[in-house]
Design a protein around this ligand. Structure first.
Ligand code: NAD
Ligand code: DAU
Length: 351
């Protein structure tokens, strides 16, 4: 019998990469992708799998318990991996409510059903942001205290605590992964890297918050997927695993790396350091993140493979080869969010 994996939020950036990752590697599994197709969910990310008999898509919201229950009863999954969440910090500052519903109450539904249906393993995909902000030195380990600062990270930390409660109280075999900033194909262009590429292609200035010296620790999405795969196979129930590739960069360094890659691949684009504009800072902007991945490296033998310079280049190439994908996600909702967040009246020109 093939093992059945219920992937929630599989039409988003990391979830869709993870589904591809699993189906590319394993013949003896089937994947049920449950996603409510919010602004960030996009079935184009999985169009190549439409005819794959190992892949099923269900449109459902993890906040709808009866609907979710029907899916659990129909498919009887062996594993549940939850990517479904509102994932953008800036949106959580503009409107926190939906973050609590999807990221906390939705997770409670998944945990309850995973317990009722005696799931073999439930993995909650969490984030390094639950640890808060670092000063100039130090790294996040799994023992670092939870200190979330944004409504987004507070909702993710809440879900982590609930997930652990199901382990300690009910013995539900859970894992939590806490990964640093991902980049790669299919990332929605509200996030720094695809937003930078989009702005360069449109001849618009790249908005950098504050002084541009905030630090993020970047990892290619394929490396995140391989870490989740290791946890799914060999993770110890109840354990938390930090995932990161030890690539700390200031936002300015990252934006300049993208500009360099674009200059090489598209010398016709008029790109200079003047392409950057410093805009008002994000409220409560975390200064620095840095993940210590030693636990997953030592206990599960995982390591990241993609050097950041190569990863950014292939990512930029992907967006250049998929301009239609980029254009297709720039709809009225996106433009509205964009004008509110950046306080800009003019819509982005067409590519
Ligand atoms: P994303 O915003 O690209 O995708 C989220 C997906 O979840 C979308 O397909 C959306 O339609 C779906 N979704 C949202 N609310 C839902 C609901 N209530 N019911 C059903 N589906 C719903 O997010 P992403 O960047 O792919 O992140 C995936 C997960 O990984 C999130 O839990 C996020 O917190 C976590 N994470 C992200 C990063 C990163 O750098 N992007 C890093 C670490 C952890
Ligand atoms: O660390 C993991 C987290 O990484 C995930 O949990 C989140 O889901 C994911 O969105 C990401 O959060 P960040 O807030 O770090 O990612 P974002 O791409 O929004 O921002 C990266 C950095 O770039 C951050 O310091 C803010 C800055 N930034 C972002 C945008 C969108 C800018 O300077 N300008 C921008 O326009």
């Amino acid at each position: 019998m093939p093992r059945k994996v219920l992937v929630t939020g599989g039409a988003g950036f990391i979830g869709s990469n993870f589904i591809h990752y699993l189906l590319d590697r394993y013949d003896d599994i089937s994947v049920i992708n449950l996603d409510d197709l919010t602004y960030a969910g996009n079935l184009r990310n999985l169009a190549d799998l439409e005819k794959d008999p190992r892949y099923f898509f269900i449109r459902e919201n993890i906040c709808n318990f009866p609907g979710l229950q029907t899916v659990f009863k129909k498919f009887e999954p062996d594993y549940v991996i939850n990517f479904a969440a509102e994932s953008h910090v800036d949106r959580s500052i503009l409107d926190p409510d939906i973050f609590i519903r999807s990221n906390v109450l939705g997770v409670q539904n998944l945990l309850k059903l995973s317990l009722d249906c005696e799931i073999e393993r439930m993995i909650q995909i969490s984030t390094d942001e639950v640890y808060g902000s670092l000063g100039e030195s130090g790294v996040f380990t799994e023992k670092s205290p939870l200190d979330p600062r944004s409504p987004y990270s507070a909702s993710k930390a809440s879900a982590d605590l609930l997930t652990l409660a199901y382990y300690y109280t009910f013995n539900l075999p859970v894992n939590i992964t806490r990964c640093s900033n991902n980049y790669g194909p299919f990332q929605f262009p509200e996030k720094l890297i695809p937003l930078t590429i989009l702005h360069c292609l449109k001849g618009e200035k790249i908005p950098v918050y504050g002084d541009g010296l905030n630090i993020r620790d970047w990892i290619h999405v394929d490396d995140h997927c391989s870490a989740i795969d290791r946890v799914l196979t060999d993770g110890i129930p109840g354990e938390i695993y930090n995932v990161g590739a030890q690539n700390e960069m200031t936002n300015i360094e990252m934006v300049n790396t993208i500009i360099c890659a674009l200059k090489e691949l598209r010398p016709d684009l008029p790109l200079t350091e003047d392409s950057i504009v410093f805009v008002p800072d994000r409220k409560g902007h975390d200064r620095r993140y840095a993940i210590d991945p030693e636990k997953i490296q030592k206990t599960l033998g995982w390591k990241s493979r993609m050097p950041v310079s190569e990863g950014i280049k292939t990512t930029v190439e992907w967006y250049l080869n998929n301009v239609n994908w980029l254009e297709s996600v720039i709809n009225a909702e996106y433009l509205h969010y964009y004008s509110v967040n950046y306080r800009i009246g003019n819509p982005l020109p067409k590519l």
